[in-house]
Design a protein around this ligand. Sequence first.
Ligand code: UTP
Length: 231
Amino acid sequence: MKIVISMGGSIIASPSPSRNIDIIKDFAKLLVDYYNRGHRLFVVVGGGQLARDYIRVAKELGADERYCDEIGIRATRMNAMLLVAALGKWAYEDILDDIRDDSRLEDDFGISRIFVMGGVRPGQTTDAVAARLASKIKADLLINATNVDGVYDRDPNENPDARKFDKLSYDGLLEIVGEKHRAGVNTVIDPTAARIIREDKIKTIVLNGKRLENLRDAIDGRACVGTVITE
Ligand code: UTP
């Protein structure tokens, strides 16, 4: 299978990467394991606390939305480099600036190594990069690994009564995530990603990236705790 994983920065880099070394190592092991079973793996890493801190300070210093996004993109690439470090010889070392015109994606990437990247351009988050990548390579599965157990009707970190959806339609997802992107704003999937997922009908599972056994269940097609987004 061709699998794209959007790994939230909140999982590997919040409150700081030094607190998540074991998770990064375990996630890298999982990736190598599936790669060696013949899957093609593509991981897009988010910015987490690093992005949020820098964006907040840049805003206070007067930076506009676009500049804040540029700062966020650099944070995602720093985190992506940590995963590359953990994967060693199993990953491509260079973090791509963009996916649009890269012919390597078609022929080689994901075959001879595991592919890792971060953000690419302002106005979106790494979820959108992952969705676009999934669309480009015609992925069999897109996994959005975040810091909650799936898509809820409200933010479960702030509302103890929030209800989780086990399944959601493409339209239902778009209704929940809304329409507009803002730098550093944290929704479970960004609106641009939700639109790509709907347009290209990409099978997507949203789950908690800290529960690696659960991530294995999702990849293996077993029942898992999360939200499955299909037609
Ligand atoms: P993230 O993808 O980490 O977004 O990018 P997030 O939803 O805030 O955080 P996670 O999912 O919990 O990790 C961090 C910020 O970087 C900018 C945006 O400002 C985003 O909020 N960014 C990222 C872009 O502008 N373009 C990209 O392609 C990626």
